[in-house]
Design a protein around this ligand. Structure first.
Ligand SMILES: Nc1ncnc2c1ncn2[C@@H]1O[C@H](COP(=O)(O)OP(=O)(O)OP(=O)(O)O)[C@@H](O)[C@H]1O
Ligand SMILES: [Mg+2]
Length: 364
């Protein structure tokens, strides 16, 4: 049997579990063609949740998913939207080509088929069009599609648009306001940048229902884990606390436990050992990353991953031999490198594995 604990890419269908309350809530939004803003700390399971929602609605709706993590310009953003819309057209090559002609008035697509996987990829030819024309072309195609079936259209890593110096959100608002049976889902992980796109006075204000995703709930985890492992509730809770409820790390530890101790009663020691293995595997890349930090950034990172409550106390500044102003500026630099994040005035490392590496390797 393949390992039932998935920890990389998206957990799909039979490897996906829990999240029933969230799915029920999103389902209602989708059925009413309402929009959703989904955010969480890193690796909680946003993308997997969206994929699962799309899978469950694949017959009734057109489901379109795009990830804009890598965009470097607004034109790239438009190109990703157009590609993902083109992909929504299914059928044989002839049908697809005809459909694309019907749905896109000003854009043609280069189409290539991978001979091994038969997967089709699309390259929109965008020469001669400016950004707002590309977006207009996209929405016209999307609106036309929604005449056939309801559409769920998700943009993952949506906070990336905040990095582009342009008014993309205002443009999106203009089209989103049009009455069509489309649910827009925006997902992302940098809490501040993504929610700030939807705050009062921002163009997308009140354009979507907000949902913050926490970890999987304990009962679903216990139910799923005990189907495949000999494990009790207390031990699962120990594991969840260790992972700080981060889904990916939790799943990775379960994955190792399943490979190593499938038929043995799981103990905290086995969990610690699995974590050590993960940290060991990551150690060289984390060390490389850490070595790119300046001296004050290293100190700041150590302080953040220690158990210190008041990071600016005189004691802390003395122990680490750092001035308050340099600590503050090093924290800001680590924030802009996306190594740390901030919530209600408290800094933290959003990647739980990196945080544990810092705690165990740097603060011994
Ligand atoms: N409901 C679930 N059931 C089983 N495994 C899950 C579930 N949700 C997430 N996972 C596992 O956790 C990992 C992280 O989930 P996912 O990539 O969906 O999170 P994310 O919030 O989109 O992360 P990122 O912040 O990196 O975009 C996935 O690779 C998947 O294996
Ligand atoms: Mg994701």
């Amino acid at each position: 049997m393949i390992n039932p604990f998935h920890y990389e890419g998206y957990a799909l269908q039979e490897q996906f579990y829990g999240r029933e309350a969230e799915l029920a809530k999103i389902q209602k939004l989708v059925e009413n063609s309402n929009n959703l803003l989904l955010y969480s700390k890193r690796r909680m399971g946003k993308s997997s949740l969206i994929k699962e929602l799309m899978h469950r609605n694949r017959k009734e709706c057109y489901t379109i998913y795009c990830d804009i993590f890598d965009i470097a310009s607004k034109e790239e953003f438009a190109s990703i939207l157009l590609k993902s819309l083109a992909k929504a057209h299914r059928g044989d090559l002839k049908t697809i080509v005809n459909n694309l002609k019907k749905y896109f008035k000003r854009i043609t697509f280069g189409i290539t088929v991978d001979p091994h996987t038969a997967e089709i990829s699309y390259t929109p030819r965008l020469e001669g069009l400016n950004f707002s024309e590309m977006i207009e072309e996209f929405f016209e195609g999307l609106f036309l599609l929604s005449k056939e079936k309801r559409v769920i259209f998700a943009i993952d890593e949506f906070q990336q648009i905040a990095l582009l110096d342009t008014k993309i959100d205002a443009l999106l608002r203009k089209y989103m306001q049009e009455p069509h049976p489309i649910s827009y889902i925006f997902a992302g992980s940098k809490r501040h940048s993504i929610t700030s796109l939807f705050t009062y006075s921002a163009p997308l204000y009140e354009m979507a229902t907000h949902m913050e995703l926490g970890g999987l709930d304990n009962q679903s985890v216990i139910a799923y884990a005990s189907k495949y492992l000999t494990i009790n509730e207390t031990i699962v809770e120990y594991l969840l606390a260790l992972c700080d409820h981060e889904t990916k790390l939790m799943q990775h530890i379960f994955h190792i436990l399943y490979n190593t101790y499938k038929d043995t009663m799981i103990t905290p020691m086995m969990i610690d050992k699995a974590l050590e293995e993960i940290l060991g595997d990551k150690s060289s890349s984390y060390t490389l990353l850490y070595d790119t930090f300046s001296l004050t950034q290293k100190k700041a990172f150590k302080i953040i991953t220690s158990e210190i409550e008041n990071i600016y106390s005189l004691d802390t500044l003395k122990i680490y031999n750092i001035q308050k102003a340099s600590l503050a500026s090093a924290l800001k630099q680590l924030y802009s490198k996306e190594i740390i994040d901030k919530e209600e005035d408290k800094w933290f490392v959003p990647d739980r594995t990196l945080e544990l590496w810092g705690k165990r390797m740097l603060n011994r």
